[in-house]
Write a protein that binds this ligand. Structure first.
Ligand SMILES: Cc1cc2nc3c(=O)[nH]c(=O)nc-3n(C[C@H](O)[C@H](O)[C@H](O)COP(=O)(O)O)c2cc1C
Length: 344
């Protein structure tokens, strides 16, 4: 096992609690994972800088163990090319929005995720780790974080993305396989993600680098963890395994969808946000997956009011049920117990 990352090397349990945006990886979950000996991660995606600052302070109140924060690298969807299909998608959503009593959301083509502010906020509040998804940070951001003593973890979903990430000399590299729940971390939102699993990524990338590798996607058992460590990972990153944890911020409708015996298939779809994501198949995926443009986060903004209304109404057919390939094995238990069960 290679460990170039002091933070990963200090863990008593080789498990990173995946950053899960949308309220799932809240301070309670991050602190619980860190207190259990793993690395808890806050998700900065969709949070305002003020909310993120509050999350960081709250987590620090809850635990003295190291934890990290994950940022979305901003996407720049091509407005001229994509605006017509986004407007057509808005029209396609109108009847469902009407039925749910809302309107598709307003869209903004700028950086609505406050990248520049969050780079500075992370530098100032200095969690132990910052990780990035959906692309690579600029060298200036990496230099700022390093100078503040923060470990930088990057994410890749293919050998090509791994090579680009390693060129920035990160402290660790998260290798996300296609079994992963939630968004694929693919650097180019418009590209079709590579169909390689985390063991395939480890096999290809581990022999050529000394950087600590974190394997993500479909890790649900201690056997899965063992296999990833044997294949060269320093740790695994688990998301789906923690969705039903007591401390998880997953909402009521999401939780019941994950246990719904009528929802039996997992797919990858752009239906909800314009980015490819691993989700349990429901009516929204079937109806709106085919026409959803490759425009993240604009499609996310359009569909958000519909998903919120569906969640409030307990309607599992019209929410995004992010899930990895192992979602059927999700356990409703405290995070510490889930981590214990995953420890080889
Ligand atoms: C609900 C949910 C939200 C996610 N949000 C993020 C995120 O904000 N940032 C990120 O880097 N990864 C995110 N991911 C992906 C995880 O980091 C990780 O790659 C994935 O959960 C691993 O696969 P698994 O779900 O099968 O364990 C999310 C995953 C889920 C299930």
């Amino acid at each position: 096992m290679k460990v170039t990352s002091p933070v990963l090397g200090s863990l008593t349990v080789p498990i990173v609690g995946a950053p899960m945006a949308g309220g799932v990886s809240n301070p309670l979950l991050a602190a619980a994972v860190s207190d259990a000996g793993g690395l808890g991660m806050l998700a900065a995606g969709y949070r305002t800088p003020e909310q993120l600052a509050a999350d960081l302070v709250h987590t620090r109140d809850l635990t003295t163990a190291p934890f990290g924060v994950n940022l979305f690298v901003p996407a720049r969807p091509d407005r001229d090319r994509l605006a017509p299909s986004v407007e057509a998608f808005r029209e396609e959503l109108a009847p469902l929005a009407d039925r749910l009593g809302v309107e598709p959301g307003p869209v903004s083509w700028g950086d609505t995720d406050h990248w520049a502010d969050k780079v500075l906020l992370v530098e100032t509040l200095a969690p132990a780790v910052v990780s990035c998804t959906f692309g690579l940070p600029d060298v200036e951001a990496v230099a700022r974080w390093r100078a503040a003593g923060i470990e930088v973890h990057l994410t890749a979903t293919s050998p090509e993305e791994a090579a680009a990430a390693l060129a920035l000399e990160p402290d660790a590299l998260v290798l996300q396989g296609h079994e992963a729940g939630g968004h694929r971390a693919t650097h180019d939102a418009a590209a079709e993600p590579v169909l390689i699993d985390h063991l395939g990524l480890l096999e290809t990338i581990a022999p050529g680098t000394d950087v600590a590798l974190v394997a993500a996607g479909g890790v649900m058992t201690s056997g899965d963890v063992r296999r990833a460590l044997d294949a060269g990972a320093a740790a695994v990153q688990v998301g789906t395994a923690l969705l039903l944890a007591t401390e998880s911020g997953a909402g009521r409708t999401y939780r019941s969808a994950l246990r719904d015996p009528g929802l039996t298939e997992r797919v990858t779809t752009r239906a909800f946000t314009g980015r490819v994501a691993g989700a349990v198949r429901n009516d929204f995926v079937d109806r709106h997956g085919p026409a959803a443009p490759h425009a993240f986060p604009v499609v996310d903004q359009l569909t958000k009011p519909l998903r919120r209304a569906a969640a409030e109404a307990g309607d599992v057919q019209n929410i995004h049920i992010w899930a990895g390939s192992g979602w059927r094995a999700c356990q409703d238990a405290p995070a510490a117990e889930i981590l214990q069960g995953l420890t080889p």
